[in-house]
Design a protein around this ligand. Structure first.
Ligand code: COA
Length: 332
């Protein structure tokens, strides 16, 4: 027996503190104009872990929203998949902390994954597979990130790009005759691009040392131009594959919800796919790149704003460090 999967509800949490480009002008040699023209970003949010905005706190709040929208309670969840590259702790896994914060009184499996900015699309793919084969009925997929914690605030090429936040979605079985459905998905990892975005120091290969801390080697490092090229190619290739798998044409897509890394990447991807800008959901100006959280936040906001409606054909399209990538086609 195979089951169709639909998105039952979505939610988001964005930290209260806003950091504008003008604020960053006071930290590094940059300008609002440079940042906006090159990236589309005006401001981003910065979480306050002491103020109840740890990745797990943001995840619990976004998940509560998503559960409410789905008319479910935490104990209705059968599996949690949480993507983060900035967990609260090394151990225990963040899903375990989120279960506690959600007040779950039953046990269920929790899987932490870290395909970086593709994490939500990976999570949806895994969730859909488990729901389709009947293993689990309701799966909570979360992308929660505190990338500001990994930024070198002396490096103007990276510190301007990222922000913190969380998006979540509850996926479940689509009842017989329901038009909403995840139609196809594709996930990939191209290891040849692993060198373009990394944070190697502080792991098992290069443990923390006084020298590493002194030289600021424990922060995110990026080859922006190289990543830019890989991103545009990967995003369009995956989208075409997922759309073909769903037996659809590019022109059938009503909304593209791309990973929000850079407005120029988003525009190039739309151009390569022939998807006009009015069909593309963009909120990068408000939040920057929140990694695995960008797609669920943008999707949730587009639903709230009444843009994306039940029955619309939607394309999620992501890439991230790895280089991981993925696309999902769904009828919302
Ligand atoms: C990072 C990114 C915005 C840089 O834009 P770019 O057009 O490629 O710019 P470059 O890196 O070539 O730098 C051009 C110049 O601007 C300067 N520059 C870089 N960051 C700057 C900043 N914040 N403010 C002002 N100048 C800056 C550089 O030093 C360089 O100066 P130079 O010509 O004197 O050497 C862009 O490459 C990008 O977005 N790449 C993809 C990154 C990404 O998506 N990462 C997340 C993956 S999930």
């Amino acid at each position: 027996m195979q089951y169709k999967t639909k998105i039952l509800g979505t939610g988001k949490y964005l930290p209260k503190k806003v950091l504008t480009n003008f604020d960053i002008e006071k930290i590094v040699d940059t300008s609002d104009q440079w940042i906006f023209e090159r990236t589309g970003i005006k401001e981003r949010r910065i979480s306050n872990p002491e103020g109840g905005e740890l990745p797990s706190d943001m995840a619990a709040m976004a998940s509560e929203n998503a559960l409410n929208a789905a008319n479910l309670t935490p104990n209705d969840i059968d599996l949690i998949i949480l993507s983060t590259v900035f967990p609260d702790y090394r151990l225990p896994c963040t899903t375990s902390v989120v279960m506690e914060k959600l007040g779950m009184t039953k046990q269920c499996p929790g899987i932490d994954i870290s395909p970086a900015c593709s994490g939500f699309v990976y999570g949806v793919h895994i969730a859909e597979s488990f729901i389709r084969n009947g293993t689990y009925k309701n799966v909570l997929v979360i992308g929660t990130e505190k990338l500001s914690g990994g930024l070198n605030w002396k490096d103007r090429s990276t510190c301007i790009l990222f922000g913190d936040g969380c998006g979540a979605a509850v996926l479940g079985r689509a009842p017989e005759g329901d038009k909403s459905e995840i139609l196809s998905s594709v996930i990939q990892t191209d290891h040849t691009g692993g060198k373009f975005l990394h944070m190697k120091e502080g792991g098992a290969a290069i443990p923390f040392s006084k020298e590493i801390l002194e030289e600021d080697d424990h922060y995110i490092k990026m080859a922006g131009r190289d990543l830019f090229k890989v991103a545009t190619r990967t995003l369009s290739d995956n989208a075409k594959e997922a759309i073909e798998k769903a037996n659809l044409k590019l022109s059938d897509i009503k909304w593209m919800v791309p990973h929000q890394a850079n407005i120029r990447i988003i525009e190039k991807c739309g151009e390569l796919l022939g998807i006009p800008s009015e069909k593309v959901i963009v909120n990068i100006q408000k939040y920057g790149n929140t990694s695995a959280a960008t797609i669920p936040i943008a999707f949730h906001e587009a639903i709230e704003e009444g843009k994306i409606k039940r029955g619309d054909l939607v394309l999620f399209n992501a890439f991230g460090a790895g280089v991981t990538s993925g696309a999902t086609v769904l009828r919302y």
